[in-house]
Design a protein around this ligand. Structure first.
Ligand code: ATP
Ligand code: MG
Length: 418
């Protein structure tokens, strides 16, 4: 074992994974632009209150999973466990309320959670997320869900189910929590230790428990829908009607409660068909109280975040055509004068936009040709003393059946591009 390894639950993304990652990032960025969303970058760390005051002290990401530390000046900072709170902090700080509303933003960002590492669950993971801030209408929820659905469709993830619910307002949930306490009290003994803890701290999350999903008391729990205010119920009905109008398939799932205090009204998750909550590919919701929690004026918002690693797990299986990452030209310098001539030629090729893999001078011709053949490049360009003296190169096609030919140094760019 090497002396140093990446921290537990944190991964290196290696060049061989890059094709899949780039495919996901490019697709997400393209889809975001199709909906006129604009990229925002916020710092990796925020003052800890940005998270504790929004997600809630009892949420998993704050209570159990947050990486918080004091910096040298005595400020308590936290590595971002999720993207929305920081984006909303930026919305307030930069007076985005005075821009045309809603403000439509997206981000790619690593998130940090001291989670129990397993497949698809890491301590550092990447999220693509979008936020639509300043529009409280059901149409805004629909826009964000449609963006997320389009992303998965374009990535070829067709076997996902949209599970959706409404959790009303903070008052609704306060009433509903009392109802759940009464409901679960006689069953506490038979629930998992995790649910017993959640019963005390964050009882809504008992519904969301992976261990107790099949427990009769969870299955028969009172439905939050019966406790929604008239307005919240109407909002939810309109979201569902819009989904129906677009022909989007969904399941209303009363167990989708999300774990963060800032959510209000519509919440949803996209999950692989037939799988449990463990593998949720992306999740979203409305967060109408969040900006106020951060000291801003009351402002509605809605958005989602989706884990890039979890998408990569799904995309790998569907084997999209990800294209090649090989260079176009592999140079083979040899002799005393070849290397200098090759350097100059490589500069011209790159200036013309041709990717050049620089071969290593001093190796045998046989070894260099073997490396060139294995590289996936379209051409090898060979320059030795004789070629350098005559101002030419040997151009050797590596793919297909073309024959090697001699080309003037000044004509290599054209020959390779043609
Ligand atoms: P879970 O219930 O699986 O723990 P969560 O509710 O904590 O998920 P969100 O806060 O909704 O997750 O995060 C949005 C998305 O980020 C998830 O749907 C998932 O794709 C991804 N994600 C969350 N936590 C992790 C993690 N520890 N490792 C990898 N991806 C993650
Ligand atoms: Mg989690």
């Amino acid at each position: 074992m090497p002396e140093y390894q990446a921290p537990r639950g944190m991964n290196d993304v290696l060049p061989e994974d890059e094709a899949v990652w780039r495919h996901i990032r490019d697709t997400a960025e393209r889809v975001a632009r199709l909906f006129d969303y604009h990229r925002i970058e916020t710092p990796l760390v925020e003052e800890v209150g940005v998270f504790t005051h929004t997600a809630g002290e009892e949420s998993d990401i704050v209570a159990k999973e947050m990486y918080a530390f004091d910096d040298r000046g005595g400020s308590t900072l936290a590595l971002r466990p999720e993207g929305t709170a920081g984006v909303c902090r930026a919305y307030i700080e930069h007076g985005m309320a005075s821009r045309p509303q809603p403000v439509r933003l997206f981000y790619f960002a690593p998130a940090f959670r001291y989670d129990r590492p397993q497949a698809g669950r890491y301590r550092q993971h990447w999220q693509f997320g979008v936020e639509c801030i300043g529009d409280g209408s059901p149409a805004a929820d629909l826009e964000v869900i449609e963006l997320q659905r389009t992303l998965y469709e374009q990535l070829g993830l067709t076997d996902l189910v949209l599970r959706i619910n409404s959790i009303g307002t903070a008052e609704t949930r306060s009433t509903y929590r009392d109802v759940l306490r009464v409901h679960f009290a006689p069953h506490l003994e038979t629930l998992s230790a995790d649910s017993q803890r959640r019963y005390e701290t964050n009882i809504l999350r008992v519904l969301d428990s992976k261990e107790d999903a099949a427990h009769p008391a969870v299955q028969n729990a009172p439905n939050i829908r019966d406790y929604l205010s008239e307005q919240d119920g109407a909002h939810f009905d309109q979201v569902l009607a819009l989904l129906d109008g677009l022909g989007v398939e969904y399941e209303v799932d009363p167990a989708i409660v999300r774990g963060l205090d800032y959510y209000a009204r519509t919440v949803w998750e996209f999950q692989p068909r037939g799988a449990g909550g463990q593998s949720t590919v992306g999740a979203g919701g409305r967060y109408d109280g969040l900006i106020e929690m951060l000291g801003g004026k009351p402002t509605p918002g809605t958005g989602f975040a989706t884990g890039i690693e979890r998408i990569a797990l799904e995309v790998d299986r569907t084997e999209p055509d990800l294209g090649t990452t090989a260079a176009d030209v592999f140079t083979i310098p040899h002799g005393d004068d070849g290397p200098a001539a090759v350097l100059k030629l490589a500069r011209e090729l790159r200036a013309a936009g041709v990717a050049v893999h620089a071969g290593t001078p001093g190796r045998s011709m046989k070894a260099q040709l073997r490396a060139a053949n294995a590289s996936g490049a379209r051409y090898a360009v060979i320059v030795g003393d004789d070629e350098a003296a005559r101002g030419v190169a040997q151009l050797k096609p590596l793919l297909g059946s073309g024959a090697q030919r001699e080309v003037a140094l000044g004509e290599v760019v054209g020959a390779v591009e043609g």
